[in-house]
Design a protein around this ligand. Structure first.
Ligand SMILES: Cc1ncc(C[n+]2csc(CCOP(=O)(O)OP(=O)(O)O)c2C)c(N)n1
Length: 350
C-alpha cells in the first residue's frame, strides 16, 4: 500500500506543523528550505516529484555537513549515501500520519517498563499508530543524525532540534535509541531491529492490519548472523507486509565491505532466503520507490538493495577513503575546505 491508495482523511496533513513551527521556534543557523506547507501541498497533488525528493536529500546532506563542522565530527558519509533512500521512504513510499511529538525533542524519561509510565519511544514523530498506517523501523542507529536532519527538513522536528545533540539527558542521541526522534526500537547493537520488525509485522498480520512495516538497514548488518536468521523467519511466516531498504554503500566501520568480510552476491543470497529482491540505484528516487509501488499482494518480504556512493554530493570526501565511517577534520585547513564547500552547496541551493 502506498499513500496513493490511502483514505484521503489519512493523508498526512502536516500543514498544522507550520503553525507549530512558529510557536516552538528555536534559533538555528539554518532553516529548512522548504516549508512543511510545501510538502503538504506536494503530497495532496500526487506523488512528490523526483526534484522535491532530491532537494530534500541535498538539504539533509548540507545539514549533516553543517553539524559535522560545528561539532568537529559526524556520520557524514552515511548522509551522502542514504539521503535519497530516507527521503524517498518518508516522502513517497511510507504511509505515515502527521507527527504526534513535540518539535522540541523531549528529555529522556527513563527506559520503558511497567514501573515507568513516563517512558516513550520516538516513533510518534512518524505519526500515530493506526491499522492502515505504516510503521518505520530504523536499524543502523549510528545514522541517527541523518534521520534527525530529515525530520527537520520535513517539519516533523523543529529547526533547533540538533541543539541538544549528544548531550546528557537528551533524546537526540549520537547513536539513536528507542526514545530518539523517529526511532521505535533500540538497535545500537546492530542487526537486531529486523527481528523486532518481523515480530511487529507478524502481529499486525494476525490483527488484520493493512499498514506495512518498513525497515531501513545498512550493508554492514548483513555481515551479522542475526540478519540471516531474521530473514529465514520472515520467509517462514510469509511476511509480505514487511519491506527492507538497504543502504549498500560498500563501507563499514573498519573499511570497505569486501576487505572486511564480503556479503556478495547479496541479491542471490536474499533470494535464496525467500525474499523478493530488487537492486536499484540508491540515489534515484523513482527507482527506489518503484518496487514498493508495484501493486502486488506479496507473501514474502520485499528487499530493495540500494547501491549508493558514500561520497555522493561531497566529492571532497573521496580524499579520505577508505576511512569514511566517521568524519573528524584533521587540520584547520581541512576544516576550512569543508566550510567553503558548505557555503558553495548553500549558494547552489538558492
Ligand atoms: C552487533 C554489533 N557489532 C558491531 C558494532 C560496531 N559497529 C558500529 S557501526 C559498524 C559498521 C556497520 O556497518 P555499516 O552501517 O554498513 O557502516 P557505514 O556504512 O555506516 O560505514 C559496526 C560494526 C555494533 N554497533 N553492533
Amino acid at each position: 500500500m502506498s499513500y496513493r491508495n490511502l483514505k484521503p482523511s489519512l493523508i498526512p496533513a502536516i500543514d498544522h506543523l507550520a503553525v507549530l513551527n512558529r510557536n516552538n521556534f528555536i534559533a538555528s543557523t539554518h532553516q529548512p528550505k522548504r516549508s512543511p506547507m510545501a510538502y503538504a501541498s506536494a503530497r495532496s497533488e500526487g506523488p512528490p516529484s523526483q526534484d522535491l525528493i532530491r532537494q530534500t536529500a541535498d538539504a539533509v546532506r548540507r545539514r549533516v555537513l553543517e553539524h559535522t563542522l560545528n561539532n568537529n565530527g559526524g556520520y557524514l558519509s552515511q548522509a551522502c549515501s542514504s539521503a535519497e533512500i530516507l527521503s524517498t521512504l518518508y516522502l513517497r513510499v511510507m504511509c505515515l500520519g502527521p507527527s504526534q511529538a513535540p518539535l522540541v525533542p523531549r528529555r529522556f524519561a527513563g527506559v520503558p517498563g511497567s514501573d515507568n509510565p513516563a517512558a516513550f519511544t520516538g516513533a510518534d514523530y512518524n505519526g500515530p499508530k493506526a491499522p492502515e498506517l505504516d510503521r518505520f523501523i530504523f536499524s543502523p542507529v549510528h545514522y541517527a543524525l541523518v534521520l534527525y536532519s530529515l525530520l527537520i527538513e520535513l517539519g516533523r522536528l523543529g529547526p533547533g532540534a540538533l541543539d541538544e545533540f549528544n548531550q546528557d539527558g537528551s533524546t537526540v542521541e549520537l547513536i539513536g535509541a528507542e526514545h530518539s526522534p523517529g526511532h521505535e526500537v533500540t538497535a545500537g547493537s546492530l542487526a537486531q531491529a529486523l527481528s523486532q520488525a518481523g515480530g511487529i509485522a507478524l502481529a499486525r498480520r494476525l490483527r488484520g492490519e493493512t499498514g506495512r512495516v518498513w525497515v531501513f538497514m545498512s550493508d554492514g548488518e548483513f555481515q551479522e548472523g542475526q540478519t540471516w536468521e531474521a530473514f529465514a523467519a520472515l520467509a517462514h511466516h510469509r511476511l509480505g507486509n514487511l519491506g527492507v531498504y538497504v543502504d549498500a554503500n560498500a563501507q563499514q566501520c573498519d573499511g570497505p565491505m569486501d576487505r572486511v568480510m564480503g556479503i556478495e552476491p547479496l541479491a542471490e543470497r536474499l533470494l535464496a532466503f525467500g525474499a523478493e529482491v530488487h537492486t536499484v540505484d540508491g540515489h534515484d528516487p523513482d527507482a527506489l520507490a518503484a518496487p514498493a509501488e508495484e501493486d502486488s499482494e506479496r507473501d514474502r518480504p520485499l528487499v530493495v538493495i540500494a547501491r549508493t556512493d558514500p561520497c555522493r554530493g561531497l566529492d571532497q570526501l573521496r580524499e579520505r577513503a577508505p576511512k569514511l565511517h566517521y568524519v573528524r577534520f584533521k587540520s584547520d585547513g581541512e576544516f576550512q575546505t569543508y566550510r567553503s564547500l558548505l557555503e558553495t552547496l548553500r549558494e547552489g541551493a538558492n
